[in-house]
Design a protein around this ligand. Structure first.
Ligand code: ADP
Length: 496
């Protein structure tokens, strides 16, 4: 119950009902005032000619002198016939000359303001026009008036208050009762009808909020597949949609974190494995050299030292690749783009690999047409990616094979391809070779010194250049790796 009073539904409903109550009261007061005004105007306009009609009755008592007693008798008589009115005879200053107040009763005022009477007689002003009430000074009443000739020289007035004191008392009682009944009835009806409908609508609206809350709580408890159905196109649906989007991104982040964690474990396992074996070999060779020292043939000793050095080189390469990859992963390396001729860079790289190719009797060919536009890339990173690819091509190509480096222009880009006539890669292995530590033939790759990081680094570098690397391969026929680089003009166009 306590929860209900704190609920959004309760607050919404309470505000709604209070507003409803206020609106009902304002509406009742406005319509009551309007009906009162309507009543006053119709009363005064229907009685506009009343004073004029009565004036002729008084003229006989005013011709030569003022017969106050006869006039007051007439006034009394007329007020008995019509108790709603009060009649006064006024002189030209507005002083009351005759009236009827009942036995022992006195008027509180001796005169009446003439300005409203004159306005009334002119007939130009809109009704209602209010005049003084001699029985209640300060109170204003609607009236009827007519001019009277007194003793043939004075301009007096017959002044009739339309709603008399008696009428006021009766009306006041009726008014209070009527007002209370109308207010209570009006408020009750509008509060019940509109209130019930409003509460039903609010319940329907908040039900959707409850549904979102339930789904959120289920999600919090670990039911990650829970989603809110989005049926409409309103704010609550936007909220539901936002929650669904949030839930999707939370789930995908969690999966990503799980994947990263799994990757990290594999990485540590791979690194330990890749370090342990070479280190054990180095230790073995060095221990043998130390133990046997003078007994070792100089040629064997030399052979041991060469092998140790080779393994150290391999370890150095592995550590360097790991370091490079971790820097690329953590975005510590950002490409410093500049324009340069890719053919010049390739010439240098080919020169570097020439001795290795010759040693393996592999033909290292290059097709580097001149007059190609400059590329816009990080020269150091691209050199690294190209070296990895050419190194692989030479490593996985047997004696007598060919490795060919080609560049050509396609649209606004330069395509670079490195193909070899080596062992090739099986189709099912192709999507995996760019994964870190992935080696097609574990033992063979290790013996050739590869740790399975070269292609991962190349792919990462090209990703930083917003381009991708593709591979085509046929087993025992050869492999081609290729990628595009932006030309300087194309990069500028994209920036515009
Ligand atoms: P590694 O250092 O072992 O060569 P890479 O990431 O460079 O690691 O390559 C991953 C795997 O892809 C290699 O183990 C190899 O089996 C295969 N591979 C890469 N380049 C070639 C190629 N040119 N020809 C045949 N196989 C290749």
């Amino acid at each position: 119950m306590k929860n209900f009073f704190q609920s959004f539904y309760f607050k919404l409903s309470a505000i709604f009902l209070i507003l409803l109550l206020l609106i009902s009261i304002i509406q009742i007061v406005i319509s009551f005032n309007a009906s009162k005004k309507f009543h006053t105007v119709t009363e005064q306009s229907t009685n506009r000619a009343l004073a004029k009609a009565m004036a002729s009755e008084f003229e006989q008592f005013l011709t030569d002198s003022i017969d106050v007693a006869a006039i007051e008798h007439m006034i009394h008589y007329m007020m008995v016939i019509n108790p709603r009115i009060e009649i006064y005879l006024l002189d030209e200053q507005g002083t009351i000359l005759a009236y009827f107040a009942g036995p022992g009763k006195q008027l509180k005022a001796t005169s009446v303001g003439l300005a409203p009477i004159r306005t009334f007689l002119k007939g130009e002003e809109e009704l209602p026009i209010y005049g003084d009430d001699p029985r209640h000074p300060g109170r204003k009443k609607i009236f009827s008036a007519a001019p009277l000739r007194i003793k043939q020289e004075i301009d007096g007035y017959l002044y009739i208050i339309i709603e008399s004191e008696k009428y006021d008392d009766a009306a006041a009682m009726f008014y209070q009762g009527f007002m209370t009944r109308t207010v209570v009835k009006g408020v009750l009806i509008s509060v019940i009808v509109t209130g019930v409908l409003g509460l039903i609508f609010f319940a329907l609206l908040t039900r959707r909020l409850h549904r979102i809350t339930r789904v959120m709580q289920a999600f919090e408890r670990g039911q990650l597949n829970e989603r809110v159905p989005v049926e409409k196109n309103d704010e609550i649906s936007y909220l539901a949609q936002s929650f669904n989007n949030l839930a999707e991104s939370v789930v995908s982040n969690m999966e990503e974190m799980k994947r990263t964690d799994q990757l990290r474990r594999e990485l540590v396992a791979n690194i330990s494995h890749d370090l342990r074996n070479p280190l054990a070999s180095i230790k073995g060779y060095l221990e043998t050299i130390q133990l046997k020292d003078t007994q070792l043939e100089p040629t064997v000793r030399q052979q041991y030292l060469e092998t140790t050095l080779k393994i150290s080189d391999m370890l150095e390469k592995l550590v360097d690749e790991l370091f490079q990859l971790s820097k690329l992963d953590s975005h510590q390396i950002q490409p410093h783009l500049e324009s340069f001729f890719i053919s010049d860079l390739l010439q240098d790289i080919i020169m570097k690999f020439k001795p290795i190719a010759e040693k393996k009797q592999i033909q290292l060919k290059a097709e580097l047409p001149e007059q190609l536009p400059q590329v816009y890339a990080d020269i150091g990173l691209i050199e690294r990616a190209l070296s990895n690819l050419i190194d692989n091509a030479l490593r996985y190509t047997d004696c007598g094979g060919t490795v060919k480096v080609k560049i050509f222009q396609e649209d606004q880009k330069i395509r670079v391809s490195i193909s070899d006539t080596g062992c090739g890669i099986r189709q099912e292995e192709l999507p995996l070779i760019f994964d870190r530590f992935y080696r097609v033939e574990k033992s063979r790759s290790r013996s050739t010194g590869g740790a399975g990081l070269g292609l991962a680094i190349a792919r990462k570098i090209l990703e930083l250049h917003k381009t991708t690397i593709s591979v085509e391969s046929r087993e025992n026929e050869g492999t081609t790796f290729s990628f595009y680089l932006n030309t300087w003009q194309h990069s500028n166009l994209q920036m515009v």
